[in-house]
Structure formats: C-alpha cells, structure tokens
Ligand binder design. Structure first.
Ligand code: ZN
Length: 150
C-alpha cells in the first residue's frame, strides 16, 4: 500500500468534524479522512462503536480510488489522548488521526501519527466552490532545488 500523505486539513472540513462531534454527544463520532492533493477535505462517517467502526473501515477500503489518509473520532471527555484501542484502530487506517473533545472548538483537537505521537496538521483555507482539483486556494513557498536560502 502506498504511503498517503497530508500536509493539512481544510478549515471547513475541520469545522464539520467539530460540529458533528458536538451534535453526536454523548455518542462517539468516528470517520475516515480522505485527502485530495495532500489536503484532507472529506470525512467518511462511520458507525459509532469501536467494533462496527473497524468493520465499516474494511468495507470502505475495498472501494476503488479512495485516498484514505487516516481517521477522526471524538472523545466525550476532554482527554484527547489516544487509547490503546485507538492505537490498534490507527494502525489500520493511515498515518493521520484526529481526536476531538469538548468544547469542540478549533483548539480542542489533536492529530496523531500511526504510533499515537502528536503531529502537526495545518488548517488550510480551501475554496470548495471550484471543482478543479488543481485549483485549490492555498499558498506555500516552494524553493527550487539549490535556491533555498538555508
Ligand atoms: Zn479514542
């Protein structure tokens, strides 16, 4: 399986995750993260329990052309550290795993790698109105080889 990368998450997608997690309370919300051009823009919502989450994940994996980079789920408590069960789930679904918790604002979430180590994930402003996949509105400075001023 090829390594799926993500450099960030679309702000609207993060908002969706936080709002859905809040409205799912006291149930846990879970989904898989899908990326386009290395930006997480889609959430595939999975049933709430740990067991059905994994079953649903396996079915989704069999669908073609799905660029799943990781997972997202909510914790009803404000402890957003991954549990032992979470780490098992992480190992099956990619390298970017978001956990959100109350109060479900833009600061009450964290992203972890497959081993449960916290990692940075940029919040990017993406224009969803334009369907052209190479037209995403974000900017980043690329330095051609040899020209970076280090
Ligand atoms: Zn968890």
């Amino acid at each position: 399986m090829s390594k799926r990368m993500a450099k960030g998450i679309a702000r609207d997608t993060l908002k969706f995750i936080l709002e859905t997690s809040r409205s799912s309370m006291p149930m846990e919300f879970a989904g898989l993260l899908q990326a386009e051009n290395e930006i997480i823009t889609e959430v595939l919502i999975l049933p709430g329990t740990q067991t059905s989450r994994i079953n649903a994940m396996v079915r989704l994996y069999m669908m073609p052309n799905m660029s799943i980079v990781g997972s997202v789920h909510s914790h009803p408590s404000s402890n957003i550290q991954p549990s032992q069960q979470d780490l098992q789930f992480f190992s099956r679904t990619g390298d970017y795993h978001i956990i959100v918790g109350p109060p479900f604002d833009e600061k009450s979430w964290a992203c972890y790698d497959v081993l449960g180590k916290q990692r940075d994930l940029l919040i990017l402003d993406v224009d969803f109105k334009d369907d052209a996949s190479n037209d995403l509105e974000y900017s980043e400075d690329y330095f051609p080889e040899g020209e970076a001023d280090l």
